[in-house]
Design a protein around this ligand. Structure first.
Ligand code: ADP
Ligand code: TYD
Length: 211
C-alpha cells in the first residue's frame, strides 16, 4: 500500500456495505495494516441526535436542516480532537468509513437540489476527499429483501421507492463529480464473500493496495 488510505464505502440501505466495510477492514488488518473502521451518521453527539430525533421519525424538520446536521456530524467526524478521521490518519491508520458525503448527495439530493447539498459539504470535501469512494451496487429490490429479512426496525428512509430514488441519485452524483472524485462501483448482488473479493480486486486494480 502506498500510504495509509481513506476509503469511503457507499450504497443504498441493505446494499451490504457495512458487512463489506468490516470484511475489507479485516483483510487489511490481516495484511498488517492498522485500520480504523468508522461510520456516518456517527455515534458522537450530533450523529446520535440525528438518529434519535430524525431517522427515528420522532421529529420532522426541513430537509435542508437535516442535511446541514449531517454536515455538522461529518465535520465532527473529521475534526474531533481524539477520535477524528484526520487524527487517525495522522496516527497511521487506514480509515474506512461506512458512508461519507456521497450519502448526503444521494439521500438529500432525492428531496432537495443536489448542488445545494454539494455546496453545503464543501468544507468536508476541501478538508478530506476519500482516496476512493467504493460503491456497493445492488438493485433496490435485492436491498429491500435483505432489509425485510434482517432488520427489527425499519428506518424512515427504508421503502422500496426511496431505495430506488436514492440509487438513482447516487448515479447522478457520481456522474456530476466524476472528474473530481475517485469512484469505483462494484456489483454487490453476490454472496458477501464474493463481493469482498470483487472489492479487493478493485482496490488492487486501482493501485490502492499491493499484495
Ligand atoms: P447496509 O450497511 O448496506 O445497510 P448490511 O451490511 O447491514 O447493509 O447488510 C444488510 C443485511 O443484509 C444484513 O443483515 C446482512 O447480514 C445481509 N447481507 C449483507 N451482505 C449480503 C449479501 N452479499 N448477500 C445477502 N445478504 C447480505
Ligand atoms: P445507517 O443507520 O447507518 O443505515 P445503514 O446501515 O443502511 O447505513 O444510516 C442511517 C441513514 O442515514 C441511512 O438511511 C442513510 C441516511 N443518511 C443521510 O440521509 N445522509 C447522510 O449524509 C448520511 C451519512 C446518511
Amino acid at each position: 500500500m502506498k500510504k495509509n488510505l481513506f476509503i469511503a464505502i457507499e450504497g443504498i440501505d441493505g446494499s451490504g456495505k457495512s458487512t463489506q466495510a468490516k470484511n475489507i477492514a479485516k483483510r487489511l488488518e490481516a495484511e498488517g495494516h492498522k485500520v480504523y473502521l468508522t461510520f456516518e451518521p456517527t455515534d458522537m453527539r450530533i450523529g446520535k441526535m440525528i438518529r434519535n430525533t430524525f431517522l427515528s421519525g420522532k421529529e420532522k424538520a426541513d430537509e435542508k436542516v437535516i442535511a446541514a446536521l449531517f454536515v455538522a456530524d461529518r465535520l465532527d467526524h473529521l475534526l474531533h480532537e481524539t477520535d477524528g478521521i484526520l487524527k487517525k490518519l495522522a496516527e497511521g491508520y487506514t480509515v474506512i468509513t461506512d458512508r461519507y458525503y456521497f450519502s448526503s448527495y444521494a439521500y438529500h439530493g432525492a428531496h432537495i437540489d443536489m448542488d445545494w447539498v454539494i455546496n453545503a459539504n464543501k468544507m468536508a470535501a476541501e478538508t478530506l476527499k476519500p482516496d476512493v469512494n467504493l460503491f456497493v451496487d445492488v438493485s433496490p429490490e435485492v436491498a429491500m429483501k435483505r432489509i425485510n429479512a434482517n432488520r427489527e426496525s425499519i428506518e424512515i428512509y427504508e421503502t422500496l421507492d426511496n431505495l430506488k430514488a436514492v440509487q438513482a441519485q447516487y448515479l447522478r452524483a457520481f456522474e456530476k463529480l466524476k472528474n473530481e472524485e475517485h469512484i469505483v462501483a462494484v456489483n454487490g448482488d453476490d454472496s458477501p464473500e464474493k463481493v469482498t473479493e470483487n472489492l479487493w480486486e478493485a482496490l488492487q486494480k486501482e493501485n490502492l493496495i499491493q499484495e
